[in-house]
Write a protein that binds this ligand. Sequence first.
Ligand code: IFL
Length: 452
Amino acid sequence: MKKIKYMRLWATLLTFCLSSAVIAADQKNVVDQKKAAPQQDFVKVNGTRFEKSGKPYYIAGTNMWYASYLGATTKVGNRTRLAKELDNLKALGVNNLRVLAVSEKSDINSVVKPATTNGFGNYDEELLKGLDYLLAELAKRDMTVVLYLNNYWQWSGGMSQYMSWVDGKPMQDPNVTKDWEGFMARSASFYQSEKAQEEFRKTVKKIITRVNTVNGKAYTSDATIMSWQLANEPRPGNNSTTDKEKKIYVDWINGITAYIKELDPHHLVSTGSEGLMGSVRDEKLFIDAHSGKHVDYLTYHMWIRNWGWIDKTNFAGTWDAGWAKGKEYLTSHIAIAKIIGKPIVLEEFGLDRDGGAYDIKSATKVRDQFYTQVFEVLWTPMQQGEPIAGYNFWAWNGSARTARPNYWWQEGDDLMGDPPQEEQGMYGIYDSDASTIAIIKAFNTKIQSLNK
Ligand code: IFL
């Protein structure tokens, strides 16, 4: 009897010592990571501007949601292409990419395949290594990245797919059902689902606390990452969003941004919001969503054709009125950022090729005019030190090409800036779009003159 008691005592003591050692090692790890962080290199907020290494840091960026996919060594990856695209972008003066960090597996047609997450807790390590590789390649080129951790829209699975995993109901493809209101309500139910939130936090932790398999850096101490972004275009709900749903949305932003800062106090955190058009046109809601202490800067997107302000089949007849709205949208958000006292980034905008064509050989006269005018509107306040801290155009198609006569993506096709929920070639800029590229390059040169 006595012997058994002693054995138990020893076992308890041993367990205690071992778990204390594990906790101590864990704490040491966190302390080491914090110590290891070369803090001066992180993009930081100073008032209404970004700074990096003690200098102003204006974003001259693009969207390349698929960049981490190209870093994978599996079939979907293409490291040679990735290097070429990054070199081309660097030569264009691009210093920042906005990239999708995780995707969720879904069977509907409009979703990218494969996915990084194949069900709760079931990650594709090879795709995650693609993200590691991308970060290492960006670091070599002194570029930074905004990584978004979810998607309100269907093309990467996103919030809607989370909900399908929670309740087992199949995901609906709004491209097929045409029920965008229903789809948006479903995506927004994600904020209220305890199970979805628990699983989302696990994924957030998995990514943020990752150690890069290519360069050995803890993500938390990697200054290549400019910002963790909650999602691509999170909205509070559909066009009938209630006050209660607005509050749930703001509470969600405050809760999840606090959680991210707990895991990683050095990196900036942003929402990925479109601005007023993604906030049921409610200015107070947009302000509330970006006023929390863990939201470091504001984001907004401008989609002049998606929102029906101009008609792609009648650019000439709808341009003046449409552009007036677009211009107002661009400037009014800078004024809101001033009220909140944080920087703002125009992190998406784009326009169709002439006549709404998808063909790579079709003209881009109106798009070029649009890019020129957007850049003109941004440049004046930028020079005057207003809170506009940069831009990311949507999106970089680079050397990708589609051979599909109907322009719809299928698994195995080249990945490009136009995601699988849209026709390939709709908004993305190809490496052969010389006139648009020249306009981007000229503006980036101006922006870089501020980063001194
Ligand atoms: O492809 C779309 C993407 O989902 C987004 N905003 C608009 C893009 C073009 O329609 O985030």
